[in-house]
Design a protein. Structure first.
Length: 129
C-alpha cells in the first residue's frame, strides 16, 4: 500500500479533472449532457483508479488499476476530440486538454512499466522511489 499523494501522476490527473470540469461547464446547457457526464467520468476515473490502485494488496493489482487509468485516458482523449468536433470545445482549449491527457497517459504507462518490472524482478521495492 502506498500514499497516492506522493505520485506526481496523481497530482497531474487531479488538476486535469478540475480543468476538464471547468471546460465542460461552458458546454451548451442542452444537447450535450451525456457527453459532459461521460467526459467528466472518464477523467475522474483516471485519478480514481490511481488512488484505488495505491490501496491494492499487491504490485500486480496496482498495475491492473494503472491499466484501467490508461484506458480511461484513451476514452477521455476521444471524448475531448468529439467535443471539439461538435464545436463545443474551442481549438485552443481542446489542444491544451488533449495534450495534458496524453501526457498523463505517458506518465501512467511509465509508472506501470516500473511496477511490472519490479514484479518481474521480484525484489518488492517501491517503483516510485
Amino acid at each position: 500500500m502506498q500514499d497516492f499523494r506522493k505520485l506526481r501522476v496523481w497530482h497531474e490527473s487531479h488538476a486535469h479533472i478540475l480543468k476538464v470540469r471547468a471546460a465542460t461547464n461552458r458546454f451548451p446547457r442542452t444537447g450535450y449532457a451525456t457527453l459532459k457526464k461521460q467526459l467528466i467520468g472518464a477523467v475522474e476515473s483516471i485519478a480514481f483508479n490511481i488512488v484505488e490502485g495505491c490501496g491494492a494488496a499487491s504490485q500486480k493489482e496496482f498495475a491492473r488499476f494503472l491499466d484501467i487509468s490508461i484506458k480511461s485516458s484513451c476514452e477521455a482523449e476521444y471524448q475531448l476530440q468529439l467535443a471539439h468536433d461538435y464545436e463545443i470545445l474551442a481549438q485552443a482549449r481542446w489542444e491544451l486538454l488533449s495534450t495534458k491527457t496524453i501526457s498523463i497517459r505517458k506518465m501512467l504507462c511509465k509508472l506501470r512499466a516500473r511496477v511490472i518490472e519490479s514484479i518481474e524482478q521480484g525484489n518488492g521495492t517501491d517503483p516510485n522511489s
